[in-house]
Design a protein around this ligand. Structure first.
Ligand code: G6P
Length: 598
């Protein structure tokens, strides 16, 4: 998704902008550009593709003290140079993240302007220029702009007439202000400024930011606002690869400590923290879970645990569907929103839809201070730290860890789970980091070698294993470009089995002893039609498993802990397979880390 950086200060803005843009690469982009102000004139340099191509176009001796930069992820108009940001019209140059929904209507009142791009964003620069020509009062012009724009935006603005000041504003798209010593920044998120400062401020919707050697924040009535300066606790190193070949691998290796950190507050040595630290959720008759991508898959894992152990009917919705569908949610229900970034447009819109109905909401979010976290009635933060790889691993595991402990907490409060049993389960969670660690060390490369050269793969499983196989399948397809689908094992024979041929890859997951025999029968059905089967199962099932070509046997601990174990081989099979196929693992084509448009 688009990324924004802006700088005013004593350093060379060109270097700061390029460095910031590189830190925003993980958001996904297809072109990049910068604009800098010098002698009351703004110059723009942009390029399609990687930031290195933009860098190649920039004269090494170029120096400026103020500028804005942008990585674009195309929405309106193809990923070509004329559509890349920044856009300049008259005296105004802008970078924009978001979507202007009424840009066609606005073009009608801007009929004196000739537009050079196919974007929705260029109208913003034209509108600013028109308003400024009518009345040269920049703050009022920006205020009027806010009233005219419909949609979402984070904006960085330069005006040729105001050479030392950068303006910014946001509505429903992420934007922070970086606070330095006699230098200040704007950015889509913290990693972009971390090389220069770890101090930042959160910008609220409709605030107007004026940045030069000081920072002034106005509300929409142009009254000055006081803002708290926050300190980002993580180091820049945390946001770098730390010696691993890919961010994805580094993040997979971080999972033991992420699980530990995330659950620390809930799982002390007695039952008190389990019962008291988790919000009171046992009162709800129904839970709905909403998310996109892996967050949705995490919700499916939550459904199995909440229904089985907390005895609460749980429905899981894909946010892009939920926001437009008729939903039947009673006042005595809870709606949980899961999101790593806390900025996913569809999840955020779904939250706002529920808030209108005055129904209780809870966000499970990674990014502190993100929109979802701020707007939901309650928030539980996972403690995954910055996740750079587009394909999520550590945030997903932390999400399912929270849902698992949530089911345990409710089940214990309702006495569906006895205190004694709950203590045993808490204890097993303490062993989890070591179990994950050991499982990460296993050899997945040799399994990947047996499957990487086929272009299709099917994942099958029942119940919880089906939920996990959906995430395993997504991991494989998004980073290795193998066409992959997950099916409930029993459903395969209703059509999909016609696709099984000699050598077709099937990854079967059977970690529930109660129904594993049924899954094994389905494995045998595909095997007898020529499939090449990789089986993931548990050590408490005693079988030779000689019907499978590859076997991965994981320890069975209990139903709460096991989803967090089963996912490890699935992540690493995806990773090793993508590596053998020579894919750009951390930045798969067409994908964005943070999807802030619908
Ligand atoms: C993108 C990412 C996925 C992620 C999904 C939801 O598609 O590539 O990894 O699961 O967005 O993002 P969120 O930040 O809401 O968890």
């Amino acid at each position: 998704m688009c990324g924004i950086i802006g700088y005013v200060g004593k350093q060379n803005a060109i270097e700061v902008l390029l460095s910031g843009l590189k830190s925003l690469e993980y958001r996904g982009y297809d072109s990049a550009g910068i604009a800098y102000l010098k002698s009351n004139h703004t110059q723009i340099i942009k390029s399609v593709g990687k930031i290195k191509y933009l860098e190649e176009k920039i004269d090494k001796d170029l120096v400026s003290n103020i500028g804005i930069g942008h990585t674009r992820w195309a929405t309106h108009g193809k990923p070509i140079e004329k559509n890349s940001h920044p856009h300049k019209v008259g005296k105004f140059t802008i970078v924009h993240n978001g979507i202007i929904e009424n840009y066609q209507a606005l073009k009608k009142i801007l009929n004196n302007y000739k537009f050079k791009s196919d974007t929705d964003s260029e109208v913003i620069a034209a509108l600013l220029d028109k308003l400024y020509n009518e009345k040269k009062d920049i703050l009022n012009v920006i205020k009027q702009l806010e009233n005219l724009l419909v949609g979402s935006y984070a904006l960085g603005i330069l005006c040729d007439d105001i050479p030392n000041t950068l303006y910014a504003l946001r509505k429903d798209s992420p934007l922070i202000v970086g606070v330095g010593e006699n230098e200040n920044f704007i950015a889509s998120d913290v990693p972009a400024i971390l090389k220069y400062t770890n101090k930042y401020m959160l910008v609220d919707n409709n605030e107007i930011i004026e940045i030069n050697d000081k920072i002034t924040i106005y509300n929409s009535k142009l009254e000055k606002q006081d803002k708290e300066i926050l300190i980002f606790e993580g180091s820049l190193e945390q946001a770098e690869k730390n010696g691993y070949e890919h961010f994805m691998l580094k993040e997979i290796h971080e999972q033991p400590s992420v699980v530990k950190e995330t659950l620390h507050k809930f799982l002390q040595y007695d039952l008190d923290s389990l019962v008291n630290e988790m919000p009171n959720l046992e009162k709800y008759k129904q839970i709905s879970i909403v998310g996109c991508g892996s967050a949705y898959h995490a919700g499916l894992v939550g459904k199995y645990l909440l229904e089985k152990y907390a005895d609460i009917k749980t429905d899981v919705y894909i946010a892009s569907e939920f926001r437009y569908q008729k939903v039947f949610i009673d006042k005595d229900s809870l709606v949980i929103f899961i999101s790593q970034s806390g900025e996913t447009a569809d999840t955020l819109a779904s939250l706002r839809k529920v808030l209108e109905e005055d129904i209780d909401t809870l966000a499970i979010v990674n990014v502190i201070g993100s929109s979802l976290a701020r707007e939901a009635k309650e928030t539980i933060y996972i403690k995954a730290g910055p996740e750079i790889s587009v394909a999520t691993t550590k945030a997903y595991i932390a999400q399912i860890a929270i849902l698992s402990v949530m089911a345990l907490s409710i089940g214990t409060k309702k006495q569906i789970i006895s205190d004694k049993k709950a203590l045993e389960i808490i204890d097993s969670f303490k062993k989890l980091p070591d179990i994950i660690e050991n499982l990460i060390k296993k050899d997945y490369k040799s399994i990947a070698k047996t499957i990487y050269d086929k272009d299709t793969c099917f994942y099958i499983g029942r119940g919880m294993d089906y939920a996990l196989s959906m995430e395993g399948s997504l991991k494989l397809k998004e980073i290795s470009y193998i066409v992959s689908s997950a099916y409930p094992a029993g459903e395969l024979k209703h059509g999909t089995i016609s696709l099984i041929d000699e050598g077709t890859n099937v990854i079967a997951i059977a970690t529930d002893k109660n129904i594993s025999d049924k899954t094994f029968s389905n494995v045998k059905e595909v095997k007898s039609r020529g499939a090449f089967v990789t089986l993931i199962t548990i050590d408490t099932i005693k079988d030779e498993f000689d019907f499978a070509d590859n076997k991965i046997i994981i320890p069975y601990i209990n139903d709460f802990v096991n989803p967090l174990i089963t996912i490890i081989p699935l992540q690493l099979i995806g990773y090793e397979t993508a590596k053998l196929r020579g894919c750009d693992i951390d930045k798969p084509k067409n994908l964005a880390k943070s999807v802030t448009v619908e």
